[in-house]
Ligand binder design. Structure first.
Ligand code: NAD
Ligand code: AKB
Length: 333
C-alpha cells in the first residue's frame, strides 16, 4: 500500500476535526459541542447532502464510500481527527441489507485506512447495542459475552468493532468507540432506527396527535438522552489513552424503559395524550436486543456516569419541543 509521508502525529497540533454523517440526529448535536470546545473553524462537517439547518461550519459533500473524495478532504483541509457517524441504522438497514453493509463497512474501512495513512491523532466511531442478539444475556448484558447479531446493521457494527480493534492492535491507531443504546434528542428527526419510537412519541405528544407505537407496550430497551450520549463521547475522546482497556467498543447504560412506561411519564404533562400499539417487523429486532447494559468497564476506565433518568429526560424533552413549537407559531404569524 502506498504510504503518505506527511504524517505529523508525534507533534502536538490543534485538532482539525472532520465529522461524517454530521447532518444526522447525533451529528447535528455533537457538532455544536465540538464547535464550543475546538472552535467552529476547526470542525468540518460532511454528509451526503447540504445541512437543512443554517450552519457556520465548513461543509463538504461526502459519500463515505468514496475513498478518493475522503482522502482529498483529509489532505486539503489537514484533518487530524475524524468522528465517523455516517451509517444506515437498523430498521432502514433491513430494507436493503447489502446497501447497509456497504455503507457501514466500506465507510468505516475508508476512515480507518485514512487514519493509518495520514497518522490521524484520533478516530471516533459509534457502535450499538445492536451487536447483541437473542443468545446474549439480556439483563444485564455484559461487556464481553455471546455476540450474534441478527440484523445487517448489527452484523456491520460487530464487524466494525473488530476492525477498530485490528487497526488499534496492528497499526497503533487511536480509535475509540461506544455501543450506544437508543438515543433520544429533540433537535433532529429519527433516521430509521428501531429505538426511534422513543423520539417520535414526544413529537406526537407535543403536536397533540395520537401516537401509534411499532413496538409492543412492554418491550424494554436501553436508551439514553442525547446530552448524556454527547458527554460520554467527549469524555471517552478526552480520556487518558493508557486507561482504555476496551478497543472494540464500550458498553454504556443510562435508562431502560418500555413504550408504556415512557407514555405514562409523558401523560403526566399531556393528560389527553393517547397511544395505541401496532407492532411490526421492528418488534423482532427489538426482541433480540438487551434490556439493561452492564457498563462497569466504562465506569472503571473513564468514570462514565449518566446524568438523566426517565423523569428528568422526559421533562427536558417536552420543555424543549414545546419551546420549538411555540417559536414556530410566532414565526408563522
Ligand atoms: P442518522 O440516520 O440520523 O444520521 C446518519 C447520517 O449519515 C445522515 O445524515 C445520512 O445522510 C448520513 N449518511 C448516510 N449514508 C451516508 C453515506 N454513504 N455517506 C455520508 N453520509 C451518509 O443516524 P444517527 O442517529 O445520527 O446515528 C449516528 C451514528 O450513531 C451511526 O453510526 C449510528 O449507527 C450510531 N448510533 C445511533 C444510535 C441512535 O439511537 N441514534 C444508537 C446507536 C448507534
Ligand atoms: C437503531 O435502533 O437502529 C439505533 C441503535 C440502537 O443502534 N437506535
Amino acid at each position: 500500500m502506498e504510504e503518505n509521508t506527511k504524517g505529523v502525529a508525534d507533534k502536538v497540533r490543534t485538532p482539525k476535526i472532520l465529522v461524517t454523517g454530521a447532518c444526522g440526529q447525533l451529528g447535528s448535536e455533537l457538532t455544536e459541542q465540538l464547535n464550543k470546545i475546538y472552535g467552529v473553524e476547526n470542525v468540518v462537517i460532511s454528509d451526503l447532502k447540504e445541512p437543512v439547518k443554517k450552519t457556520t461550519n465548513h461543509f463538504e459533500a461526502l459519500d463515505v464510500t468514496d475513498t478518493n473524495r475522503l482522502y482529498e478532504i483529509i489532505e486539503s483541509l489537514e484533518i487530524t481527527q475524524i468522528y465517523h457517524l455516517a451509517a444506515i441504522l437498523s430498521a432502514k438497514g433491513e430494507e436493503n441489507p447489502h446497501i447497509a453493509w456497504r455503507i457501514n463497512m466500506d465507510g468505516l474501512l475508508n476512515v480507518l485506512e485514512a487514519g493509518r495513512r495520514w497518522k490521524l491523532d484520533k478516530i471516533y466511531w459509534p457502535s450499538s447495542i445492536a451487536v447483541f442478539g437473542v443468545n446474549s444475556p439480556k439483563n444485564p448484558t455484559p461487556q464481553n459475552t455471546v455476540i450474534e447479531p441478527s440484523t445487517a446493521y448489527g452484523i456491520s457494527k460487530h464487524a466494525g468493532e473488530l476492525w477498530c480493534q485490528y487497526y488499534h492492535d496492528q497499526f497503533g491507531l487511536d480509535v475509540r468507540s461506544l455501543r450506544y443504546p437508543g438515543l433520544i434528542g429533540y433537535q433532529g428527526l429519527p433516521g430509521g432506527g428501531t429505538t426511534d419510537y422513543a423520539v417520535d412519541i414526544f413529537h406526537k405528544a407535543v403536536q397533540g396527535e395520537k401516537f401509534t407505537c411499532f413496538l409492543s407496550k412492554d418491550t424494554v430497551l436501553p436508551m439514553m438522552y442525547m446530552p448524556d450520549a454527547i458527554k460520554a463521547t467527549l469524555d471517552l475522546m478526552e480520556a487518558d489513552k493508557e486507561k482504555l482497556s476496551v478497543h472494540t467498543s464500550y458498553n454504556i447504560q443510562a435508562i431502560s424503559f418500555s413504550p408504556e412506561e415512557i407514555f405514562n411519564e409523558i401523560k403526566k404533562s399531556y393528560p389527553s395524550f393517547t397511544t395505541e400499539y401496532a407492532p411490526d417487523f421492528r418488534q423482532k429486532i427489538a426482541d433480540s436486543w438487551p434490556e439493561v447494559i452492564d457498563d462497569a468497564q466504562a465506569r472503571n476506565d473513564w468514570n462514565w456516569e449518566p446524568n438523566y433518568d426517565l423523569k428528568s429526560m422526559v421533562a427536558d424533552m417536552l420543555k424543549n419541543l414545546k419551546e420549538i413549537k411555540d417559536l414556530a407559531l410566532v414565526q408563522n404569524h
